[in-house]
Design a protein around this ligand. Structure first.
Ligand SMILES: *Cc1c(COP(=O)(O)O)cnc(C)c1O
Length: 366
């Protein structure tokens, strides 16, 4: 390829559409602190995500971190090592101890059948991740949480718009975090949100993202600053108008990848989940060198030589990061270790031409 192809490319509206959306900001001088654009986006997202309660944030990471703080958790939190740095960092930065549970070999989400063995008298919550938009076993996680009186906070950063039997993904558990980072299916440049069930959590989240301020003379929580500003919200309002079109284009790309790569021994694809409306956020493949004769790294290099930059996402596992490796042993989560060593996430974004998808498949199959 003469132009470099990256694993993703941010969706943006036409410049004129964005300018029209931000014009009123220049008239009002209302730039941040939950203004009219923020409120308009919040309403639109409640409808799109089919969630009654949503709180918007400056980014997904702060949304998750402040959500964990809002729930007053203590001690240990059971989570997955097959995720982005943010999930674990949020837990640790809240003074909690992550306990890593292995993943399911089919969905790559937390293996719910292995959670109960990790519960101790210090466990206060479970933080699963809907990896690549694949839905966790929410029913089993719910059963375990109720039985042991644990909170459940989903990292739904990958799962914007995903539904199970018509129910929005953000309605599972006590709360869910969404990321609206530039690289995600839906973006507000940087941004994020928490959907939640208990209204009291909403009030706390509202304070925590604004320094814990209750009113002009009362500061009642040790909060931070994580408010979504009006320019972010305006970008979100524009992008939300085009999200269904975007996801439909992603679907075409995913279907072509499946058709071209689905029948090859040694290339393992994620299967679609029954009853789940997907968002086609990512196209991960697991390369089994014993069957294909080539490793994940061979394919990564072959693509890079042609200016196509796939990503080893998620690799390395969180336990193997420099900042955690002295505390954890990734061989205790063997399925996660197996997948992390073989995973490759292929380019996927709404404007990716189908011809390019064919070229990528040709290189892989060769
Ligand atoms: C992107 C992402 C986050 C963090 O979201 P930001 O908006 O970038 O702060 C957290 N968890 C996962 C799984 C992500 O992919």
């Amino acid at each position: 390829m003469s132009d470099k192809i990256f694993v993703t490319r941010s969706s943006i509206p036409e410049l004129t559409e964005y300018i029209e959306e931000i014009t009123s900001i220049f008239d009002s001088h209302f730039l941040t602190n939950m203004g009219p654009k923020h409120d308009k986006l919040q309403k639109g997202l409640c409808e799109y995500l089919k969630s009654d309660n949503i709180s918007l944030f400056s980014n997904g990471h702060m949304a998750l971190e402040l959500c964990l703080q809002a729930l007053n958790l203590k001690g240990e939190v059971i989570t997955t090592p097959f995720t982005f740095a943010s999930t674990t960092h949020a837990i640790v930065r809240c003074g909690l101890t992550p306990i890593f549970c292995d993943i399911d070999p089919v969905t790559y989400t937390i293996d719910a059948s292995k959670i109960e063995a990790l519960i101790t008298d210090k466990t206060s919550a479970i933080v699963p991740v809907h990896v690549y938009g694949n839905l966790c076993d929410t029913q089993e996680i719910d059963r375990i949480a109720k039985k042991h009186n644990l909170k459940v906070i989903y990292d739904a950063a990958h799962a914007f718009g995903v539904e199970k039997d018509g129910v929005g993904v953000g309605t599972f558990g006590d709360a869910s975090m969404f990321s609206f980072h530039a690289t995600k299916v839906f973006n507000t440049i940087e941004g994020g949100a928490v959907t939640y069930t208990d209204k009291a959590i909403g009030e706390k989240l509202h304070r925590l993202k604004n320094f814990g301020i209750l009113d002009q003379e009362t500061v009642c929580d040790v909060g931070a600053n994580a408010k979504m500003n009006e320019f972010q919200a305006a970008m979100g309002i524009c992008n939300l108008r085009h999200i269904d079109e975007d996801i439909a284009k992603r679907k075409e790309i995913v279907e072509l990848y499946r058709k071209r790569l689905g029948a090859t021994d040694g290339i393992v694809l994620c299967s679609e989940q029954s009853g789940v409306k997907p968002n086609y956020a990512y196209f991960p493949v697991v390369i089994d060198e014993t069957k294909l004769g080539k490793s994940r790294d061979d394919i990564f290099e072959a693509l890079a030589k042609e200016n196509i930059y796939a990503r080893k996402y998620f690799y390395p596992l969180v336990q193997d990061y420099d900042c955690y490796k002295n505390l954890y042993d990734s061989s205790l989560t063997p399925t996660a270790q197996y997948v992390a060593k073989r995973i490759l996430t292929l380019p996927l974004y709404s404007e990716l031409p189908l011809e390019t998808v064919n070229i990528i498949c040709d290189i892989i199959l060769k």
